[in-house]
Design a protein around this ligand. Structure first.
Ligand SMILES: Cc1cc2nc3c(=O)[nH]c(=O)nc-3n(C[C@H](O)[C@H](O)[C@H](O)COP(=O)(O)OP(=O)(O)OC[C@H]3O[C@@H](n4cnc5c(N)ncnc54)[C@H](O)[C@@H]3O)c2cc1C
Length: 558
């Protein structure tokens, strides 16, 4: 982990670099030309220029050894600048992840040092034309080359699809099936038999190079098999999901905020019907405030998960999936609302929000789609529900009730209602075997993400009130504003879990006509309805903070 001072300096250098090299006008041109600014990406990853890659490389290989929290902070900042360029930088870290978790000491020394010292760019080649979400359907092969009874190398055949940096990387980590199962290999550019296609003509992140790769009898020495043992590929990929999904979560968060930070100042200047849009509640309470609450719920998940990863709790794949799901979905909605907030101007290129909207769309697709996140979350938490005989989320709720007793105003009590409702919805699903419907399984994943995020945000607001937030934490909102955001989000989460839980348990035939009233009560719907009291006042309060209307809640720039 790096010090707060080093992190601050790195973020400042990144901002200064972007101001000079990637002003809006240039980004708009690059987007229109569908061009990856490869020299700028190389400068970002070069030790002689910005050297942003040093943050991610462990100290023993010449980097700064940034932890998950540091990586989140930098990824959010990169996404605020440009998600395409951020993706190009991310690709090197995704590409080097199998090395970081699974390589031999010699391989780590060679490749991680080259990233740190030479700034070489990597690409991460997992996806194939017929193997996307289901990587088990992988068709690329790595055939052993044997000499004197020894495996001296491998011949790789197959193709990869949608690979970021595919046409510009210096080295590629490539997943291919060996006789003992999927394994990662390192292939260098220019290897005989290796080629890449022209860049894809994409909807968004047009400043990122995405290309298909092709391997025809590409020979690599045995020391290019990451870890030196065949069949470890999917385990190595799994081992970093919590971490890599946090990076994409931070992308969703950064892009969502980048859009809102254009909509908010715009609305103070745009006069309609005699006053600025920012003074119209029907505008702010629809297009701005709810998105701020959802983004900050995503942030709470990211920060809590990053802290836990840095504290050595493992890769936290489910928590990473929740953070990615919440922050990227929120980023998408926020960017979409920002176009609406700018009206006709928002629909043009010049104002950037339509570019951000196209760019952020990728975050719910790559590193695992939102539907795969729902499935990942649901499967894991369903097991916890079964193992604890239905008590897991009631217990989580009780912990939040205890927090509510100490901090009345951070929304913990309402977040507890969301968790109790989730426990009840899961229990009804178990009793009526509703998870035989895949849709119910995935909806449970969605409700879990909302309910757990409400808990995260309440805890974050309480920690802020106690002055115990991580020293590197985002301080955009002061404790009273965070508490108001938490109350807003907790109400939304509780209402969502209970009303949608009711809808789908009934819809899937999980309750008889006569049992509906008792199900409504079990889900806590009356209490959740009563908990909506004060919602308008909280939204007014957040609005005042966003528009710096009250001194004691002045928003501090991130
Ligand atoms: C711009 C871009 C950059 C990328 N960069 C990289 C990269 O650098 N390296 C890399 O390896 N890959 C990369 N990818 C690939 C990306 O990770 C995949 O596109 C993603 O995992 C989804 O796979 P797919 O496109 O094959 O979609 P599919 O898996 O076919 O999914 C299509 C739809 O079906 C849904 N779906 C899939 N399975 C299920 C299921 N079991 N149940 C219910 N719904 C399901 C999905 O959620 C999605 O909505 C990139 C993709 C893009 C577009």
């Amino acid at each position: 982990m790096i010090s707060k001072k080093t992190l601050k300096l790195s973020v400042k250098s990144l901002k200064d670099f972007a101001k000079k090299q990637l002003p809006d006008e240039h980004l708009i041109e690059l987007d229109a030309r569908d061009e990856c600014p490869i020299e700028i990406v190389r400068h970002m990853c070069s030790p002689d220029h910005l050297g942003i890659q040093l943050l991610f490389v462990p100290e023993e290989y010449g980097g700064f050894g940034g932890g998950a929290f540091d990586v989140y902070c930098v990824c959010e900042e990169m996404a605020r600048i440009d998600l395409g360029v951020a993706t190009s930088v991310l690709a090197t870290f995704l590409g080097s992840d199998p090395i970081t978790v699974g390589a031999t000491p010699e391989q780590k020394k060679l490749w991680l040092s080259r990233i740190a010292e030479e700034g070489i760019l990597f690409a991460y080649g997992a996806t194939e034309p017929d193997a996307g979400s289901d990587l088990g359907a992988l068709q690329s092969t790595a055939e052993r080359v044997i000499k004197d009874d020894r495996v001296v190398g491998y011949k790789i055949n197959g193709s990869k699809q949608w690979i970021s940096n595919g046409g510009v990387a210096d080295a590629y980590t490539v997943l291919a099936s060996t006789p003992a199962g999927p394994s990662w290999f390192i292939v260098e550019k220019g290897a005989p038999g290796f080629s890449h296609d022209e860049p894809e003509d994409k909807h968004g992140i047009r400043t990122s190079n995405t290309a298909a790769l092709s391997f025809s009898d590409v020979y690599v020495d045995a020391d290019r098999l990451i870890g030196g043992v065949e069949g470890q590929g999917l385990i190595q990929a799994q081992a970093v999901f919590g971490y890599t999904r946090l990076m994409v979560a931070a992308f969703g968060l950064g892009a969502g905020w980048a859009a809102l930070d254009r909509a908010i100042p715009y609305s103070t200047k745009r006069i309609q019907a005699g006053s600025p849009l920012s003074e119209k509640q029907g505008y702010t309470h629809k297009l701005i405030v709810p998105h701020v609450a959802r983004l900050e719920a995503g942030r709470a998940c990211i920060e809590e998960t990053a802290e836990r990863i840095d504290a050595g709790e493992g890769s936290l794949n489910t928590e990473g999936a929740i953070a990615k799901y919440m922050a990227t979905e929120a980023g998408n909605f926020a960017a979409d609302a920002s176009i609406q907030a700018l009206g006709g101007y928002g629909y043009t290129h010049e104002y950037m929000v339509e570019k951000i909207r196209r760019d952020v769309r990728i975050t719910t697709i790559y590193e695992g789609t939102s539907e795969i996140m729902e499935m990942t979350i649901s499967r894991d938490r369903w097991q916890l529900h079964l193992k604890t005989r239905g008590d897991h989320y009631h217990e989580q709720a009780r912990q939040l009730e205890a927090l509510d007793a100490r901090h009345k105003d951070v929304g913990a009590g309402v977040a507890a209602l969301a968790l109790h409702a989730l426990a009840e919805a899961m229990e009804r699903a178990r009793a009526a075997r509703l998870t035989r419907h895949q849709h119910i399984l995935l909806r449970l994943g969605e409700w879990t993400a909302y309910a757990e995020s409400a808990g995260c945000l309440a805890r974050r607001a309480a920690m802020a009130a106690e002055g115990r937030l991580n020293e590197k934490a985002n301080m955009r909102f002061d404790p009273p504003a965070l508490a108001a955001l938490s109350r807003i989000f907790a109400r939304e989460a509780a209402l969502k879990v209970a009303t949608e839980g009711l809808r789908w348990v009934i819809g899937a035939g999980g309750v008889s006509e006569t049992g509906i009233t008792s199900l409504e009560a079990a889900l806590g719907l009356p209490a959740i309805h009563r908990a909506q009291t004060g919602l308008m006042a909280d939204m007014d309060q957040v609005c005042d903070v966003l528009y710096s209307r009250v001194e004691k809640h002045v928003a501090v720039p991130a």
